[in-house]
Write a protein that binds this ligand. Structure first.
Ligand SMILES: [Zn+2]
Length: 470
């Protein structure tokens, strides 16, 4: 994205303006969307007790009812994973030479225990201007909007130039689960092949009073990779200690990791973020953002940004100790000591490079650095072209004049980590403005503002139409 786009700061507008009248009781289209969303939230799709395939089948029924032929709707489940399925559907474009636009959403949700929640997590509850329930914000709101888009486009006889594809998948929320988007990219590539995909990642940002701060667009994600540090020793009786001790070696290694900070790296996504956020944040931090974009070696400016956990993570690879396991008896010298180091690797950097750096930092041949498994391919950023950014700016400017659009680099990871390496650039954009508390996603009492969801529906409906063209 251009700096000019990112820096288009004027003032923010209060949430709800122009949408204040949105009422499902008075708008049959909105009512139908509401029912779709409700059905998704109320279909449990946790890994432990839920069924993504059931949720996908229900969404497929809605597409069929809207007139999509069976040949254009594929409910699937990967072999051996009957409840971890999804659905892919297509609205055919008029130009067979033009690549499709893919609307991608995961429909699985993080575990939620009724006993821990104030309200039933699997009932869509509306209270004080919010939708409450597991998945209301991550990301059954956007999944329901995608289904609703498909239904609306069909209903109004929209003939796009490019095909519009929908993919609802499972397995995004649980690291050990089979990832549906990755499975499709490997096994059913034709079904989801596209010029680019849109999915979750970041949203619109509200301040505590509900004023819109910025609309974020996610274009790059880090790769999550675990490393195991391990020291071994013949051990012995603890009454006869010696300096060569597996726990001591390991602890020194972990300490060395804790003291190391990876160098700052810039790409289009975080450069766009800091350039765009500088005037919004203002003051010392705002000046530091501009200084770092200009010179990533400006250590004084970097130190200011490093005070913020989010900014610190967006600037570089990070590694942190997450688990320890050592010794076998209280009265024995340890034979083995092991630590898990979880690294979030900057887009485009191979895991071997970080492994080599860890070996160098630890500088102890008695401590091995290995990887238990390679979670996925190296995360590659999606290019921030005008083709992608201009329609976002166009629709956003129309709905929310003056609200700046800011690109972001996500320290976490979504399904984009499987799509980008497969050659389908994937962007996180929802147009759903969320509270500074993040809507408690993954936590208790997940929620999202009702008006935000309805606005996001309007935004994404118009955006995908623009991308698909006529
Ligand atoms: Zn999610």
């Amino acid at each position: 994205m251009s700096a000019g786009l990112a820096a288009a700061l004027v003032f923010s507008t209060v949430l709800g303006a122009g949408f204040a009248g949105a009422d499902p009781a008075a708008d049959p289209g909105l009512k139908r969307f509401h029912d779709t969303y409700k059905e998704l939230v109320e279909t449990n799709t946790t890994l432990s007790a839920g069924d993504c395939t059931l949720a996908a089948t229900r969404m497929a029924a809605r597409l069929k009812a809207a007139g999509y032929p069976d040949a254009d709707i594929h409910v699937f489940s990967p072999p051996g994973h009957p409840k971890e399925g999804g659905v892919v559907a297509v609205l055919h474009g008029s130009d067979p030479g033009a690549k499709a636009i893919l609307m991608l959403a995961h429909i699985d949700v993080v575990e939620a225990r009724r006993a821990d929640w104030t309200r039933d997590p699997f009932t869509l509850i509306e209270e004080d201007g919010y939708f409450y329930g597991r998945g209301t914000s991550d990301m059954k709101d956007q999944a329901a909007i995608w289904v609703d888009n498909m239904v609306r486009y069909r209903e109004e006889g929209f003939h796009p130039r490019r095909s519009i594809k929908l993919a609802l998948t499972c397995g995004e929320e649980t690291n050990s689960a089979l990832n549906g988007a990755g499975w499709l990219a490997t096994h059913e590539r034709d079904l989801i092949d596209a010029e680019f995909a849109l999915t979750e990642g970041v949203d619109g940002v509200l301040d505590p009073s509900g004023r819109r701060i910025a609309l974020e667009v996610l274009a790059a994600e880090k790769t999550s990779q675990n490393y195991v540090l391990e020291a071994t020793n013949p051990g012995g009786h603890s009454s006869r200690p010696e300096p060569d001790n597996a726990i001591y070696h390991l602890v020194r290694a972990v300490d060395a990791v804790s003291r190391y900070t990876f160098p700052v790296q810039l790409d289009d996504a975080n450069r766009g973020f800091f350039t765009g956020m500088a005037p919004i944040v203002g003051g010392e931090a705002g000046r530091a953002m501009l200084a770092v974009v200009k010179d990533p070696q400006d250590t004084a400016a970097v130190a200011i940004l490093d005070r913020d956990t989010d900014w610190r993570a967006m600037l570089r690879t990070t590694c942190v100790a997450t688990m320890l396991d050592a010794g076998h008896a209280t009265n024995a010298l340890p034979q083995r000591a092991r630590a898990n180091i979880n690294c979030r690797i900057f887009p485009g950097v191979p895991w071997e490079e970080i492994q080599a750096q860890l070996v160098k930092i630890i500088d102890d041949p008695k401590v091995s650095v290995t990887i238990p498994e390679v979670r996925g391919p190296v995360a590659q950023p999606a290019p921030l072209s005008a083709r992608v950014m201009t329609p976002i700016a166009q629709v956003a400017h129309d709905l929310w004049p003056g609200v700046p659009i800011v690109t972001a680099l996500e320290p976490g990871a979504s399904d984009a980590q499987f799509m980008n390496p497969a050659g389908i650039p994937t962007y996180g954009v929802s147009g759903i403005f969320i509270d500074p508390d993040g809507g408690h996603i993954h936590g208790l009492n997940e929620r999202v503002r009702i008006q935000s969801v309805y606005e996001g529906r309007t935004f994404l409906y118009r955006l995908v139409k623009l991308y698909a063209g006529t």
